[in-house]
Each structure stands twice: as C-alpha cells, then as structure tokens.
Design a protein around this ligand. Structure first.
Ligand SMILES: [Mn+2]
Length: 308
C-alpha cells in the first residue's frame, strides 16, 4: 500500500472498520512491554536504537494533507515494508482544530498496525487523561459527521480508551528525548517518566509532559496560561535532560511560524507539522534524522529539519 491509497481508505472507511482498528491497536499497545523489534518498552516509555533513521512528526491536528506529505516525502511505508530500519515517532495531538481528525487517526493507527515495531504514537494534551481534557475538542463533532451519531459515539469512546495506551515519551539514549509538551519539574529518575501515567493525578508529571511550554528568562517553573502544565525555564530543561540521559528535547505543542524553533540555549527543538487555520504558521516542519547522528544539543538536529 502507498500513502495515497491509505488516505483514500481513510476517507472511505466505515464506522465498524474504524472502531475495529482502534480496538486492535489498543490491544497491540497494551501488550507492548520489553522488546518490540529493536524497540525497548518500559511502562509507557519507548527506547529507540541508535541506528537506522527516525521521522519525527509534530502536531497534526486533523491536517491529513500534511500527514500525507510527510509519508510521501519520506517514502516511509515502502521503507518500513522492505525492512529498512526506519521509525516514525508522532509527538501527539492528532485531532482537534482540523476537519480530518478521524482520517488522521485512521492513517496513524493503520501505520501502527502494519509496522508495529516501526511506529511510536506519543500522547499529546489532546489525548490526555479525562480529568484534563483539551479545548477546543471538536473531534467528537467530526466523528459523528463521518459515521452518524450512534456509531460515531462508539468510535469516539474507543478512541478515548485508546489514549491511555499511547506512549508518554520516546528516548534515544544519550541523544534525544521526545515528548509532546515539556520537561516535567519533579522527575528524579527515568522510571518516574516511564510510569507517569500510573501516578497521575497524584503527581503532576504526566500533566507537565503533555501541557508545559519552555519560557526564556525565567528560573524554575510557573503556572501556565494554558490552565494546565507549567512554563519552565532552562534550568528545568538541563536537569531533566541529565536525569533522563539525553542532550536534546524534541517536542511539539506550540505552533511555530517557520515550522520549528529552538529554545533554552538550543537544548529544545519544537516541531509543528500542520498548516492552515486556526494557526498562522507559514511553514510546517518535521525531522528526518539518522539515529546514529551526533547530538550534543538540539542545534545538531537543525540540519535534519524538513520544512514544507
Ligand atoms: Mn498540544
């Protein structure tokens, strides 16, 4: 199958097949622990090897066209099919604020089903726990428009259950930590991150991973204007990177006019992979990076950024 066929399938899919796919991927993710191909799964943290290449995709927010562009540009499906060591890491926020949320879900879940040891689906704040739902949340509207009320509600409920199985973070040891929002303030060891989902809401780790944003010129962390998560300073980033054993933090969550940006003395790279309203970024971006590349800071990733 090629990306064009997959997108066509996503447009035509019936409610039953959609919900069945969601449930299949849920079982698949629930069973991922320990070795999954070359991946190593601990709780809801996944470690990638330091060979092969990774396509790292930021927020898509229902922009099926941009997702199609990334798949076509990288030839990800053919490469994965032929057993090339290529990985796709999605940084979360698949739906809301764009009209093709259900279709985007269909595509990424189908990729996970077809290439389970090559696709990593991270959790964004739009896939958060039910006590901190992101707004605006227009996914239910688009699902019901596509499938009708009764079957749409069933499909939506299945998706809500699926979110709890998405990964919190992905790590390439000594190089890059990938997550949706920001560096949590209270992580003392890697396991705190790996099992953040079990500690929510007693501890704020998962909330901060999904919701936080880097802020320049501050020390420590402050409450966020978003109403969840924090605004954190470079000292928090440095401490977090040393605790998890990485040199750069790659995250999505914030729209960037150029599709990507650097923060905190080049320790953080934000990638935003969607275009169109309600955002005003002229370019979108994703990363296509050899996992063997030397990474001493996020600046070393800049040459692997692809804008469109
Ligand atoms: Mn977000």
């Amino acid at each position: 199958m090629d990306p064009g066929q997959l997108v066509e399938e996503a447009m035509k899919v019936k409610a039953d097949a959609f919900t069945e796919l969601v449930n299949e991927v849920k079982s698949l993710l629930a069973g991922e622990e320990g070795r999954v191909g070359e991946l190593e799964v601990i709780g809801r943290l996944v470690k990638l090897p330091d060979e092969g290449e990774a396509v790292i995709v930021g927020d898509i927010h229902g922009d099926l066209k941009s997702l199609y562009h990334v798949l076509r540009d990288t030839d990800f499906m053919r490469r994965a099919q032929e057993g090339e060591p290529i990985y796709a890491v999605f940084l979360g926020d698949y739906a809301d604020r764009g009209i093709r949320g259900p279709e985007v879900y269909y595509v990424v879940l189908k990729l996970k089903e077809m290439y389970p040891d090559r696709v990593v689906l991270l959790r964004g704040n739009h896939e958060g726990p039910s006590d901190i739902l992101a707004m605006p949340h227009d996914l239910p509207f688009h699902i019901i428009s596509k499938f009708g009320r009764e079957e749409g509600v069933r499909a939506y409920k299945a998706l809500r259950e699926l979110w709890g199985f998405f990964f919190t973070a992905a790590l390439v040891k000594d190089k890059v930590i990938m997550l949706h929002g920001g560096a949590p303030t209270t992580v003392r060891r890697l396991e705190d991150l790996a099992f953040a989902h079990e500690k929510h809401p007693r501890e704020p780790i998962l909330e901060e991973v999904l919701w936080s944003d880097p802020e320049e010129g501050i020390t420590g962390a402050y409450p966020s204007w978003r109403g969840a998560g924090k605004l954190f300073g470079p000292d928090v980033t440095k401490r977090f990177l040393s605790v998890v054993g990485a040199r750069a933090l790659v995250r999505g969550h914030e729209p960037c006019p150029a599709g990507y940006k650097l923060n905190h003395e080049d320790l953080i790279m934000t990638v935003f992979s969607r275009k169109g309203p309600p955002y005003f970024n002229e370019q979108a971006a994703y990363l296509w990076v050899p996992l063997s590349a030397q990474v001493l800071s996020a600046r070393d990733l800049e040459k692997w950024v692809r804008t469109f």
